[in-house]
Design a protein around this ligand. Sequence first.
Ligand code: ZN
Length: 409
Amino acid sequence: MGISKTLLQKYAELIVRTGANVQKDQVVQLTISVEQNAFAAMIMEECYKAGAKKVNVDWTFDMQSRLNYLYADQETLSAVLPWEEEKLKQMVKDLPCRIFIASEDPDAMNGIDPQKLSSVMQRRGTVIKPYRNAIDGKHQWVIAAYPSEKWARKCFPDAEDAVDRLWDAILKTVRVQEDNDPVEDWKVHTDFIQGKAAWLNRQGFTSLRYHSANGTDFTVELIPGARWEGAGAVNNNNGAFYIPNMPTEEIFTSPAAGRCEGTLVAVKPLSWNSQLIENFSITFENGRAVSCRAEKGQELLEQMIHMDDGAAMLGEVALVPKESPVNQCGFLFYETLFDENACCHCALGMGFKEVLPGGDDLTMDEAREKGINDSIIHVDFMIGADDLSIEGIRPDGTVEAVFRNGTWA
Ligand code: ZN
């Protein structure tokens, strides 16, 4: 069977026009696996049709990462070489529109020493971060997915038509069908999400209280004036509206770092560094994760929380109703892009300074002073139980139901 050329074309167009919203004379940087070279060509062509000045492709290859981690030593892998830094400097200069196509084998790093992985990530992350900060809010970007054979097999181990099934799920969640106008559907979807975000912003909640029967009992303080956002963002450099994640269902903000209390119980496994953490909970005191329990991946979870000072604090709280099409697919995608859009979640690590008024122009130090968490990690974990209730508390102490039974109250 396989996916039809028409659908693929629609999808490529959606990614370039609605997702990245490539503008005339922009440089585009496309990151995609060598296995998806035919789709890469399709995307490139769409970019040029949209007026791109130049499209550069960064090819990725699962086996390249795996073999390097297997055989090269930690010291060598941790080094960010001069040519890599020159490339990052060029990126800061060009501010390219960035398109990422995710298709990784979730098991690509199986058996690799997690200590080695996190240490390399930590050291490389420290060098790369200032360049990332420098382009933050000043360029358009989008992550979308393309099902590889191995990824599909991971999701549907026993199915002969695993790839087709993963395609079906992906296209459903990104609203691309034979008989619809995806661009129009995305307008409706974006309006809905932004309407909910606007409602939350009008409430001016100072904190949120989470409760569910599985043991989640948690309160988090919000940053006064910080906005709830969702669906899209604006490139402050040229005013272009873009959609960073396809699919996207969440409305999110960055809470006050170091200001939460209680326990969050995960409702879905977490895939971190290609390894699974299952049936876990994290307990916070004075805003920091002080203990965690996992039936599987305990050591990994502890490593994650200790990646750096900010890794034990929250950088994101996000609201997603349980009716989300991702949740309705009913399986784990082993890919944050999808799994984080299944239900309500929080993220440990880096916050988003752009939720602050004028946030894009703040340095990370200034943003940190206002309560945004800073870290080299940003890891989402799902806490949206079917009975989850969330209450918003206003400055005068009044309480408003935000979520009831896992969905908008
Ligand atoms: Zn999120």
